[in-house]
Design a protein. Sequence first.
Length: 141
Amino acid sequence: MTRATGSDLGKWLGLCKTIERQIIKHAEPDMTVRPPRNFNPSQTKETGLGILEYEMLSERASTLGHHGMKVETALAALQEGEAKGKEGVEHERLVDIAAQAVWAMFIHREICGLRNGRDVIQRYGIPNKVLARLGASPRHP
């Protein structure tokens, strides 16, 4: 494990502030957004707790990125299968795989405090047939 430096932490905090501004910019009027307490500059010193928080935030970001790539791959496979004319059980399996990937990403986003899934649905272009299967057991395992 590498040790986080003050400049790394500063870069991370800058990135988090940028993301926060984007969230606020795209937030709905009735939605409340408050910055997390753990980004308070007085708590970002190189203490054991500050370094641990940095590592935890880094893992969260990495895992969100991993889930995003799995969703992109599953949706691309679904689109490719539809383009090739796959129907029946094969098509259902592709929809199930995509739904499981999207469901896993939604769960992880909620754990990270990102409750609004509409932006993800729009950004990834998740079709309704996949959304209808979120949380359901696969029809054809």
